[in-house]
Design a protein around this ligand. Structure first.
Ligand code: GLC
Ligand code: CA
Length: 563
């Protein structure tokens, strides 16, 4: 049933709240997405990952689901959704939905039942425990929520605690209960029947918790990981959903794999294991972000080492390639100078640096026009992660507030969630009303309309690159060879299938860099096929001089020479 279509796909991630608002209430919606389907087709992407549009009280913007089978009214109706998916399919675009099943909302019917009494049939859908201490008023263990504080919430009704690895409005499901696993398979099949082409499985590495829920090693921010990241039954459970749902249709299942190291990956993504098709992993993000939230200095050599190690995954494993999503800061600000110089060159260089790799690339909305982080006052942050960090630090150690503000100015998830900049006008062409979140004031310079008009825009460069990737066997299947791994300014690698080769140069520095390249075998005479500065020599010699943030792709294609 599965054809592996995703290996040829280029994904575009839509964060619906911030994409396009059709009715002026300030919130992006499904009819807004429908109005932009031609734009996506033009861009050339062949699949969409849509962040959650299900019913939700929005404690975590839709990642807290209260009904898996219906659409949140603020996004539209199931009929709107049907029109959207039909429109995508007509344009040759697949739809991958977000599947958030490590936890539900506390407003989900299952949880309402579960919390109502200890003998309710849904009690065991969640993870309930007695507290510690004589009066049971201390949490059952020391695990922390990824949004700060204890991962346990005391519930008056039954005098027990429930586990929530995210906010207290996101209680964790008990995957050890076979009924829960049956429900998950049924939800998948419900959407497959409606035409969905796959799922991006939210924090799927957290679903199996260690027997007895033991205390974790001390860690103030991420305590307990070793007891639930890729826990004891993860493979069994993924395999079960694969058998009951994912393998029944021509699907793509990509898992958000927090904590999954390179050495773990084959165990969940190797084709013959029948678990996930691919994983969104974090080792690259960790290069300049400690504990996934504290910014540390960027080091290109480390960054390249991570990319190269993942490129060397066994052939029966498939990579996910990304720099941005709704949880990460904007790559232009993150990997660039943050001052806006050479923004266009930088945006294009970054595109080349990951789109030429082996795996399925994801473009996050706005990345294709080079959107940047936003400057926010403390009170302007709206996302639960930043607001929780601020209130925790204020409570436990106020002198650290400047550090918290600095960290969030670089790291907060808000940066990725500012409304999409379609046009240079009030509301950015995103909304005619009051946007749910502040629009980045740089919309005059950075917007889709002006990028569409400018042949040298980041957007048009993405189009070219996506087109170039399509059906390109060298990029899809070719070997990967890295050159100059220790160089801290330039990322240089080759993709090679038989004697057909691409040699890629990406200058991550804001300075000119000269590189002696006589160590790249038989590269002399390679032909220039893409260059973000448009000033390189037509053919490659023994050395190359790269301008700030320059990216250049050279090709050696013996078949072209013969013919
Ligand atoms: C994932 C999502 C993130 C969400 C969390 C809890 O990491 O990408 O946005 O807050 O899971 O569902
Ligand atoms: Ca709306």
């Amino acid at each position: 049933m599965k054809t592996g279509w995703y290996k040829d796909a280029v994904f575009y991630q839509i964060y619906p709240r911030s994409f396009c608002d059709s009715n002026g209430d300030g919130i992006g919606d499904i009819r807004g997405i429908i109005s932009k389907l031609d734009y996506l087709k033009e861009l050339g992407v062949t699949a969409v990952w849509l962040s959650p549009v299900y019913k939700s009280p929005n404690d975590d913007n839709g990642y807290d689901i209260s009904d898996y089978r219906d659409i949140n009214p603020e996004f539209g109706t199931l009929d709107d959704w049907k029109e959207m998916i039909a429109g995508m399919h007509e344009r040759g675009i697949k739809l991958v939905m977000d599947l958030v099943v490590n936890h539900t909302s506390d407003e989900h019917e299952w949880f309402k039942q579960s919390r109502s009494s200890k003998d309710n049939p849904y009690r065991d859908y969640y993870i309930w425990r007695k507290g510690k201490g004589k009066d049971g008023k201390r949490p059952p263990n020391n695990w922390t929520s990824r949004f700060t504080g204890s991962a346990w919430q005391y519930d008056e009704t039954t005098g027990e605690w429930y586990l929530h690895l995210f906010s207290k409005k996101q209680p964790d499901l008990n995957w050890d209960n076979p009924k829960v696993r049956r429900e998950v398979a049924d939800i998948c099949n419900y959407w497959f029947e409606l035409g969905v082409d796959g799922f991006r499985c939210d924090v799927i590495t957290y679903i199996s918790k260690a027997e007895g829920l033991p205390d974790g090693k001390f860690n103030p921010v991420m305590c307990g990981d070793e007891h639930f990241v890729l826990g004891p039954h993860i493979h069994e459970y993924l395999n079960e959903i694969y058998e009951k749902a994912w393998s029944k249709y021509d699907t793509m299942i990509v898992g958000e794999a927090i904590g999954c190291k390179l050495t773990d990956a084959p165990m969940i993504i190797a084709e013959d294991r029948h678990e996930l098709d691919s994983a969104i992993t974090f080792e690259l993000m960790d290069v300049d972000m400690k504990w996934s939230f504290f910014p540390v200095k960027f080091n290109l050599a480390k960054f390249k080492a991570v990319q190269s190690a993942w490129q060397a995954l066994p052939k029966n494993c498939w990579n996910t390639l990304y720099y941005e999503n709704h949880d990460q800061p904007r790559s232009i600000t993150r990997y660039g100078n943050g001052r806006g110089y050479y923004r266009k060159e930088l945006g294009k260089m970054l595109a080349v640096s990951y789109m030429m790799l082996r795996g399925t690339p994801y473009v996050y909305q706005g990345q294709e026009i080079g959107m940047t982080n936003i400057r926010l006052e403390e009170k302007e942050y709206v996302d639960i992660m930043a607001t929780r960090v601020f209130s925790l630090i204020r409570k436990i150690f106020p002198p650290l507030m400047p550090v918290a503000r600095w960290a969030m100015s670089k790291r907060a998830r808000d940066h990725a969630r500012t409304p999409m900049q379609w046009e240079d006008k009030t509301g950015a062409g995103f909304t005619t009303g009051k946007p749910w979140m502040k629009i980045n004031p740089n919309l005059g310079e950075i917007n889709v309309a002006s990028d569409l008009k400018n042949p040298n825009s980041i957007l048009n460069f993405y189009k070219k690159l996506i087109e170039f990737r399509k059906g390109n066997a060298v990029i899809r299947d070719g070997d990967y060879i890295e050159y100059f791994p220790k160089n801290k300014k330039v990322y240089c690698f080759e993709r090679k299938l038989g004697s057909h080769r691409y040699i890629v140069f990406c200058n991550f520095a804001e300075k000119k860099v000269a590189l002696n390249i006589d160590t790249i075998p038989n590269s002399r005479g390679a032909k220039l096929i893409m260059d973000n500065w448009a000033t390189q020599e037509e053919t490659l010699g023994d050395a190359i001089l790269l301008k700030p943030y320059e990216a250049a792709i050279y090709e050696i294609d013996p078949s072209a020479d013969n013919g």
